[in-house]
Design a protein around this ligand. Structure first.
Ligand code: TRP
Length: 376
């Protein structure tokens, strides 16, 4: 095939297949690729040279899909896809229709129960959605297990001022009446700098299916994350400090893209959130991906995980040397709580563009200032 004709689906499929190989999936397991195809929908069939018709906020270059690899402390590995089902036309209303089509197709194929989606859809999917997205999905894949699905909604979809009421009502409908107050007390304490950013629902019917609430903290430091984590029993504040120090490279105030907290609540466990996660947008705090990789490898090594599978995952997705860009490693997250801890690395597909590296403090790369515009 002529390189110019490679489609978004072809590009992302190869990356996903290689990631699944690294994570120990059977070579015959077609589920990951089927789900990717359903999720991308018609957008997946467009050649890359056409650029994203309607750039998605899932990734910086407008690619509507992002990969992640979760390293559990016990050695297990999961591969995930975060994606936006794109509509035929620009705008979030067509995106909502496309999201519903995906849910219907995948729901039928994999028997995902959609009741929890339906329970909050009228709140989060209004006629005239506002903000940076309306609905995203994530697919969670583990070797020899059934895929799982999660839907992400935008608390600001009816305007920022309505976010608290929407989230509180969404939680109430899902049997978690006290959850909003807990999140408010621990993570929404800094006025407009703390924002409700995502409301995510597990689409399965187990009593352990979760609702996840995400809060972004503009201009925050590690102490703000530690305070948010204190809502979860057994979330070790020292580990948060170490994570910010190592992955943030000594950053004390995250003034670029914000730190994000998330709590996951389970209906069977209404007393409080079972898990706290902290997301660090590493791409804003490194000159290039080689530095980002080094920091993640150091953090994993401190918790007994060698670099092989991290490097395998990076090689599966990267189409360039790590030092030649920044943003392949988009976020790194730390998960804490009584159900175990883990580290997740979010990897950009870079289907449409690579953000050029910034100058390293210790060396001079090239000449002149490097601007941060995407190059195809
Ligand atoms: N690209 C968006 C951002 O960086 C949304 C996003 C994608 C995101 N993956 C994420 C946000 C992981 C937090 C964590 O904000």
């Amino acid at each position: 095939m002529n390189a110019a004709d490679v489609t978004l689906f072809d590009h992302a499929r190869k990356q996903l297949r290689s990631l699944c190989d690294v994570a120990g999936f059977e070579a015959t397991d077609q589920n990951p690729v089927l789900l990717l195809e359903d999720l991308l929908g018609p957008a997946g069939r467009l050649p890359l040279r056409e650029r994203p018709r309607y750039p998605s906020d899932v990734a910086d270059d407008g690619t509507p899909v992002e990969f992640s690899v979760a390293f559990d402390d016990d050695g297990a590995l999961a591969v995930r896809l975060l994606g936006e089902a794109g509509g035929e036309n620009p705008g979030h209303s067509p995106d909502i229709a496309a999201g519903k089509r995906f849910l219907q197709a995948a729901g039928k194929r994999f028997r995902f129960p959609v009741e929890r989606f339906a329970a909050v859809a009228d709140l989060f999917l209004p006629e005239q959605p506002r903000g940076r997205f309306a609905v995203w999905f994530s697919v969670i894949l583990r070797p020899r297990e059934r895929p799982r699905l999660k839907a992400y909604f935008n608390p600001g979809v009816q305007g920022r001022h309505r976010a608290p009421a929407l989230v509180a009502e969404g939680l109430r409908r899902l049997g978690l009446g006290d959850a909003y107050e807990i999140a408010r007390r621990h993570a929404l304490t800094r006025g407009p700098r703390d924002q409700l950013s995502f409301f995510a629902v597990d689409l399965d019917d187990s009593p352990l299916s979760r609702v996840k609430l995400y809060i972004s903290h503009e201009n925050a430091g590690p102490a703000d994350a530690e305070r948010a984590a204190a809502a979860v029993e057994g979330a070790d504040p020292l580990r948060i400090r170490e994570f910010c120090e190592v992955v943030g490279g000594g950053t004390t105030r995250f003034t670029g893209r914000p730190l994000v907290s998330s709590y996951s609540f389970v209906e069977a466990e209404p007393a409080g959130p079972g898990t706290y996660s902290l997301y660090l947008p590493v791409r804003d705090y490194v000159p290039d991906d080689e530095v980002a990789r080094e920091r993640v490898a150091t953090f994993l090594a401190a918790h007994g995980i060698g670099p092989d599978r991290l490097d395998g995952a990076l090689a599966a997705v990267a189409r360039r040397p790590l030092r030649a860009g920044v943003g392949l490693l988009a976020h790194v997250s730390l998960r804490l709580g009584p159900f175990g801890a883990g580290t997740t690395v979010y990897l950009s597909s870079e289907a449409y563009g690579v953000c050029p590296p910034r100058e390293r403090a210790d060396t001079v790369l090239g000449t002149g200032a490097v601007d941060s515009a995407m190059t195809p």
